[in-house]
Design a protein around this ligand. Structure first.
Ligand code: TAP
Length: 505
């Protein structure tokens, strides 16, 4: 067993045959010695073998994280030193940019430009928290008489971080960066379908100088490893990104030990095109809003509401451009839409489309599995637009998590706000209008954590990301995230010269 530091991984080979768990600064096999295979969704071919963690491995990782937090030096490092190490992580990631992009594409089948953007954002996330932690501090409060009170931000402890398959590296960065910036130790459980870049990120953390035990990664199933982390009394906080049903289950189980919980869950985000919108910009933004990352985005703008006066004009361009989107080799710069993560997910997507047809909707374009030359064994789905739908249909109510958008007409601002809010979710939303006053008025009434006005992009490091309603709670990617990885300690002292005797006895 060799340690990460010993292996001096200045130059990672792009892809290894075997990926290990990272526990206490070491690459280790699982206790059982078992492995599982991760596949390239674009080709259906195996990418690598991965150690299959179990409860025993989760236990080892929790013990390592606990030891590092309770007796280690990371949380006691001067904040500038932690910040320097976060910047070093970012700089190693930059120097390995292409390797990380390649690995992410192999593991997810996503298009090159998407992978590049996401790896870059993961890097910038470490840089953001390197700066943000320096300014994250407590307060001095006004006190009566000879009392002095100040607060300190202390790291919350050992954090279990459970991440999904749609943005494997970026989600890992969104979680690891603020947690370790704050001085916490983490045990990360990547999604079983896409574990590779998270493992490499943990190795990079060690190479940059994060002490052993602070960043641990245990791959393995959510029902075993994830659940064990959530229930373990030594874990102080759970940060989860994934589906709403699993999020609810985690919240319930975490309540037994009153863990701090943050949940980033599903979405069914509305995208509203007003009659005064710049139609070309709205078409381009709506295309990106739903088909980026093959529609496998929690904030995918999957419910499109178009004002009836511009509906035909908008749809003509939107449909035409959707048909032009290129599905193909994910490694090519001009590929727009990558593969679906798995055969199972493809069938889920197709099931939703079939349900829409059964309920009387119209498939405007797409609507079936795509055949991509040279990638016949991969999992591909045609970018799909569905019209003639209503709010009673499954395809309008539920998150599909694929390249499928439903389109509806509206004729009045009040009506569309009501429709937009008629969802159990409240993550993203988008508004297209040239009327600034309307944009702000509508934005304030939308029940969602994120409102994009004339913007295809939902977030940059610094912008809070998270949901209302059943899209979860807690915000990531922003300064406030640091509050979710810290406790506030109030320190009250009396400095008067007269001894106090409150009971007067
Ligand atoms: P999930 O099935 O919920 O899985 C997410 C993670 O939880 C995976 O690592 C999974 O492990 C693990 N897990 C599964 N069951 C568990 C349990 N009982 N206890 C603890 N952990 C468990 O979601 P997914 O299919 O990977 O991701 C898609 C969903 O994530 C969508 O609903 C999407 O909207 C949401 N999402 C939300 C956001 C934000 S920021 N709101 C971002 C990305 C994705 P396995 O992989 O081993 O099953």
């Amino acid at each position: 067993m060799s340690t990460v530091k010993e292996q001096k991984m200045e130059k990672l080979e792009t892809k290894r045959e075997m990926y290990h768990l990272i526990i206490n600064g070491e690459r280790v096999e699982s206790v059982s010695g078992e492995t599982f295979t991760t596949y390239n969704p674009a080709t259906g071919e195996p990418v690598a073998e991965v150690a299959k963690g179990t409860k025993e491995d989760a236990e080892r990782a929790i013990q390592a994280a606990r030891q590092a937090f309770d007796y280690g030096k990371w949380r006691h490092f001067p904040v500038n030193k932690r910040a320097r190490i976060l910047n070093k992580i970012a700089s190693i990631m930059r120097s390995r940019f292409n390797e990380l992009v390649e690995l992410e594409i192999l593991d997810t089948g996503k298009a090159l430009t998407a992978a590049q953007g996401q790896v870059m954002q993961a890097i910038e996330d470490f840089e953001f928290y390197a700066s943000a932690i320096v300014g994250h501090r407590g307060t001095v409060n006004n006190m009566p008489g000879a009392f002095h009170n100040f607060t300190e931000k202390e790291p919350v402890g050992v954090c279990a971080q459970i991440i999904p398959w749609n943005y494997p590296l970026m989600m890992a960065a969104w979680k690891i960066a603020p947690a370790i910036a704050a001085g916490c130790s983490v045990v990360v459980k990547p999604a079983s379908l896409t574990p590779l870049t998270c493992i490499v990120l943990a190795e990079i953390c060690h190479e940059a100088g994060v002490p052993e035990g602070v960043v641990n990664v245990v791959t393995g199933s959510g029902s075993e490893v994830g659940n064990y982390l959530v229930e373990h009394p030594f874990v102080d906080k759970v940060a989860f990104t994934g589906s709403t049903p699993v999020g609810k289950n985690i919240m319930e189980k975490a309540s037994k030990t009153l863990k701090r919980v943050t949940l980033e869950l599903g979405g069914k985000s509305p995208n509203i095109i007003f009659e005064d919108a710049d139609i070309d910009a709205a078409v381009n933004g709506s295309l990106f809003g739903i088909f980026y990352n093959t529609g496998q985005s929690c904030e995918a703008r999957s419910r499109l509401y178009v004002h009836e006066s511009v509906y035909d004009q908008f749809m003509e361009k939107f449909v035409e451009k959707t048909k032009k989107l290129k599905l193909g080799n994910p490694f090519e710069q001009d590929t727009h839409v990558g593969a679906i993560i798995s055969r199972e997910q493809l069938e889920v997507v197709d099931g939703y489309v079939k349900s829409a047809i059964e309920e009387g909707a119209t498939i405007v374009t797409g609507g079936k599995e795509a055949k991509v030359e040279g990638f016949e064994n991969g999992f591909w789905y045609e970018p799909t637009i569905i019209a003639d739908v209503n709010h009673q249909m499954k395809v309008v109510k539920e998150e599909i998590f694929g390249p499928v958008v439903v389109v509806m007409k509206f004729n009045d601002e009040k009506e569309v706000i009501k429709l937009a809010n008629d969802s159990k979710y409240g993550l993203g939303s988008a508004i297209w209008t040239k009327d600034h006053a309307r944009a702000i008025r509508v934005a304030k009434q939308i029940q969602a954590g994120i409102v994009m006005i004339n913007s295809p992009f939902s977030a940059f490091p610094g912008t809070p990301f998270g949901g209302y309603k059943q899209s979860g709670f807690g915000r990531e990617l922003c300064i406030e995230t640091l509050d979710l990885y810290t406790e506030t300690k109030s320190i009250l002292s009396y400095y008067g010269s007269r001894p106090l005797n409150p009971f007067g006895v």
